[in-house]
Every structure is written in structure tokens, then in C-alpha cells.
Design a protein around this ligand. Structure first.
Ligand code: IMP
Ligand code: MG
Length: 173
């Protein structure tokens, strides 16, 4: 049986995303943004965050996979869907749900950087503190959390729980 202990409420998440949106709006003033969502987990974070960004923006998505049904990273990143748009000369902001080992973002940053964007930064709702296996520089972090496995608000365990409106800590017995 799975049990889920509430961890971050929808109100807490909304308040933090508003602050992040304000920082992003200020930092990119005068620029157009290309916001890149990393599917699938980011769909909820992205839709709520971008409504707090007051700038001309365009959107694209990548799909990568590094997890099967397990709660531990496999260390292997597979690109399931690349960007539709060219990013050369553009200000690119990657939007992620969570940074765990960092392997996914490290791989994405390396593969996008060679395409010559004007800038390339990351916004992530959650950042698991101190457990990165590779360095990742995340400019906009919603919440720094512990190593627990979390679900909800886009995050899944075995494709379940993405539609919970809050973030909870999953425990299995
Ligand atoms: P990383 O490559 O280990 O940093 O994590 C890659 C992906 O694993 C994230 O974008 C999530 O989709 C997923 N992931 C990592 N930690 C969790 C978690 O605690 N809950 C749900 N998904 C997670
Ligand atoms: Mg993800």
C-alpha cells in the first residue's frame, strides 16, 4: 500500500511560483523567452509558473526518460522527443519539476548549449539538496527539499499521482 504524507500545499506552491515568476520577469526584462518544459512531470509547474511571467514568451517541450517504475535513477537519459524549434540566439529557460541526481538536466544543458542559445537557465520547482551526482546550476529553485521521494503536482510514481494538487512524500509498505 502507498501512503502519501502532505508536504507542500497548493497555496504554498502558488505563492512560491508567483515569486519565481516575478524574478524571471525582472531578470529577462526587454527579452523574449523560449520556455522549454521537460515532459511529463513539468506540465503543472510550467502552466502555473508561466502565468506569473509577464514577458513575451514562446513554448516548446522535450521529453526525456531516466526512470522506469523504480524510485532510484537509472543514470541513463533517453531523449524521447527533441525540441521543435531552433534555439540559436534565443533566451532559453528550461522548466523542470524536480532535480534529483541532476543527470537529466546535466545531459539536457550539454546538448542544448552546443546549439548556441543567447542564454540557457533552469527553473525547477523542487531541488533535492546535496544528492546530485553531477553538477547542475539551477538559477530559479522553488523549494530545497530532502532526499525523500515525492509525488503530486505533476510528479509521478509509476505514472500515478501526477494529478494531486499538492506535493506529498510517498511511502510504501
Ligand atoms: P534526475 O535526473 O535524477 O535529476 O531526475 C530526473 C527525473 O526523475 C525528474 O525530472 C523527475 O521526473 C524524476 N524524479 C526524480 N526524483 C523524483 C521524485 O522524488 N518523485 C518523482 N519523480 C522524481
Ligand atoms: Mg522530470
Amino acid at each position: 500500500m502507498d501512503s502519501i504524507e502532505p508536504f507542500l500545499s497548493s497555496d504554498q506552491i502558488a505563492a512560491r511560483l508567483k515569486e519565481m515568476g516575478e524574478s524571471i520577469t525582472a531578470d529577462y526584462a526587454g527579452h523574449d523567452l523560449l520556455i522549454v518544459g521537460v515532459l511529463k512531470g513539468t506540465f503543472m509547474v510550467m502552466s502555473d509558473l508561466v502565468r506569473q511571467i509577464r514577458l513575451p514568451a514562446q513554448f516548446d517541450y522535450m521529453a526525456v526518460s531516466s526512470y522506469g517504475a523504480a524510485t532510484k535513477t537509472s543514470g541513463v537519459v533517453r531523449v524521447l522527443k527533441d525540441l521543435d524549434q531552433e534555439i540559436a540566439g534565443r533566451h532559453v529557460l528550461i522548466c523542470e519539476d524536480i532535480v534529483d541526481s541532476g543527470l537529466t538536466l546535466n545531459y539536457l544543458i550539454k546538448s542544448l548549449a552546443v546549439r548556441g542559445p543567447a542564454s540557457l537557465e533552469i527553473a525547477a520547482l523542487l531541488y533535492k539538496e546535496g544528492i546530485q551526482r553531477v553538477p547542475v546550476d539551477v538559477k530559479y529553485v522553488g523549494f530545497r527539499i530532502g532526499p525523500e521521494f515525492v509525488v503530486g503536482y505533476g510528479l509521478d510514481f509509476d505514472e500515478k499521482y501526477r494529478n494531486l494538487p499538492y506535493v506529498g512524500i510517498l511511502s510504501q509498505s
